[in-house]
Unconditional design. Structure first.
Length: 137
C-alpha cells in the first residue's frame, strides 16, 4: 500500500498533493451497469487538451445515492472526476447546481494552466442536470 509520502515522492511532475492522491487512487472510477435504475449521465470534453469526463449519478429519493466517473486526460482531469463523484454523494439536484469552481479549484489546488479541467467538470455536472431535468415528469 502506498503511503501519502510515497505518493508525493512519486510525483515527478509536481502536481498538487490533492490531485496526485486522487490520480493514484481514484475512488468511484467506473460506470454503472446499463440497467441500473435512477442513473443520469453527463459528459464534457476539452478538445484543446484532448480530455473527456463522464460523470454518472444514481439518484434515489431525490438525492445522489451513488456516483461513478470515467476520465481520459491528465492527472488533474482524473482528480476532478474523482472529486466530483465524492462531492455529489448525498446531495440533491438543487445542491448540485451550487457547484463552485472556486471551491473545486481551491480543494484540488488547481493552477491557472489547468483551470480547463475544473471547467470540464462543471460542464459535465451541467449536462447531467439537464438530463435529470428532462427525465422528470
Amino acid at each position: 500500500m502506498q503511503t501519502e509520502t510515497d505518493a508525493t515522492q512519486a510525483n515527478p511532475f509536481g502536481y498538487p498533493p490533492p490531485v496526485w492522491q486522487r490520480f493514484n487512487a481514484p475512488a468511484r472510477a467506473g460506470r454503472f451497469a446499463m440497467d441500473t435504475p435512477g442513473v443520469v449521465t453527463g459528459s464534457a470534453g476539452s478538445p484543446a487538451a484532448h480530455s473527456r469526463l463522464q460523470l454518472q449519478l444514481r439518484v434515489a429519493d431525490g438525492r445522489v445515492a451513488d456516483a461513478r466517473f470515467l476520465a481520459y486526460g491528465c492527472p488533474t482531469s482524473i482528480a476532478v472526476g474523482a472529486w466530483l463523484a465524492e462531492w455529489a454523494l448525498g446531495k440533491t439536484p438543487a445542491e448540485l447546481r451550487g457547484l463552485s469552481l472556486s471551491e473545486l479549484r481551491a480543494t484540488l489546488e488547481i493552477a491557472d494552466d489547468r483551470a480547463h479541467c475544473a471547467v470540464m467538470g462543471e460542464d459535465a455536472v451541467r449536462a447531467l442536470l439537464a438530463q435529470y431535468e428532462d427525465a422528470q415528469p
